[in-house]
Ligand binder design. Structure first.
Ligand code: BGC
Length: 351
């Protein structure tokens, strides 16, 4: 079978190669890949900047945003042949730490977790792969190929779960407005979840025309190309760019008791002018919270499924701006103007 693999740490070592079929294992699900979402983390791994091969291997099978169809399922697994599924990305560390032991591997304390297609565990960019039922999520059949959005949606379901938990520290806080920075797939799904919660929405991105503003307007949100009005003040910020200067600047738009959730990853080493005194003063005097959020546990995948299943399928479809068949796989990892979510197709969905 064909699989897309990479030698972590070696730039542009990515290739489509022949790999043996998955070994037989009666306790796991055998999955036929249907589609794979591509994200910035994949490109970072391809560039050699991130990623780890499984122990004893030099290459890693790429891919963590999966959509597959069950080919074989153990009788007691809760899955049936033909089910559309997605694989959970992270697995608990082997210790396990208290968080992983409680099923909250997204909060792993010791960093020894593994991640499919990212860290020490082969991913889902293979025609067939095996999944432990404990790390598999059933896709609502009505979602069909849009189920490929489940993994990025799970990351935002976790972010929103955390925002809501933090929000409960105050008995009087009644948030009304949300600012999302970045209108890529992560930002747009954050925006969708903001509107599903009844918030007034503001989204900022560098694109000044095209699908991004259209998708924000379709949600009833206000789109800010490039700059934010200086007087914009919101209760919640979901920062999805990881751009160091923006991360620092955006905090000034938080209203009293506000919560800013950082979801974007950035490289270390960029020095920014930063007024630490003002930052501290704002947070203390206004009871503000700035926190980071990564990954998702099973609970978040399930919340993400509920959110996607209740969204307008045409709007969700608008997030997928390119679909690339496997023989042209290299194109899927190219960053092109106007891209939001690019999806690699392993096969067509049955009609
Ligand atoms: C994935 C997360 C993962 C993170 C860090 C993101 O692209 O969506 O599941 O935890 O990268 O590796």
């Amino acid at each position: 079978m064909r699989a897309i693999t990479v030698e972590p740490g070696i730039a542009n070592s990515v290739q489509l190669e022949e790999r043996p079929e998955p070994t037989s294992d009666p306790s796991s699900l055998l999955i036929q890949a249907v589609a794979l979402g591509v994200c910035g983390t994949d490109r970072e791994i391809i560039s050699g900047a991130y990623g780890f091969a499984p122990p004893g291997a030099t290459r890693l099978v790429l891919g963590h945003e999966s959509l597959g169809r069950v080919l074989k399922a153990p009788g007691d697994s809760g899955f049936a042949v033909g089910d559309l599924v997605a694989g959970i990305v992270r697995r608990p560390d082997p210790v396990p730490c208290v968080a992983c032991a409680a099923g909250e591997w997204d909060m792993c304390h010791n960093g020894r977790y593994t991640e499919s297609g990212i860290k020490s565990l082969d991913g889902y960019a293979a025609e067939r792969f095996r999944l432990d039922p404990a790390y598999t999520v059933k896709i609502a059949p009505a979602l069909g190929r849009l189920g490929v959005l489940l993994e990025p949606a799970s990351v935002l379901a976790k972010a929103w779960d955390q925002i809501e938990r933090i929000g409960r520290r105050s008995r009087s806080w009644r948030p009304k407005s949300v600012l999302v920075t970045g209108a890529g797939p992560v930002g747009l799904i954050a925006a969708l979840m903001a509107v599903q919660r009844g918030f007034a929405l503001h989204v900022m991105d560098h694109a000044d025309s095209g699908a991004k503003p259209d998708l924000v307007h379709a949600l009833g949100g206000t789109y800010h190309p490039l700059v934010l009005p200086t007087d914009l003040s919101v209760d919640i910020i979901v920062e999805c760019t990881g751009a160091p200067q923006l991360v620092l600047d955006v905090i000034s738009h938080l209203d009293g008791e506000g919560i800013a959730c950082l979801t974007g990853l950035s490289a270390a080493g960029t020095m920014q002018p930063f007024d630490g005194g003002d930052f501290n003063r704002r947070l203390v005097l206004q009871n503000e919270v700035v926190f980071g959020s990564v990954n998702a546990n099973r609970r978040h995948y399930e919340a993400a499924m509920t959110s996607l299943a209740s969204a307008d399928p045409a709007w969700l479809g608008g997030l997928i701006t390119r679909q690339v068949p496997l023989p042209r796989w290299r194109e899927a990892f190219e960053k092109r103007r106007g891209d939001i979510k690019v999806v690699l197709l392993f096969e067509d969905l049955p009609a």
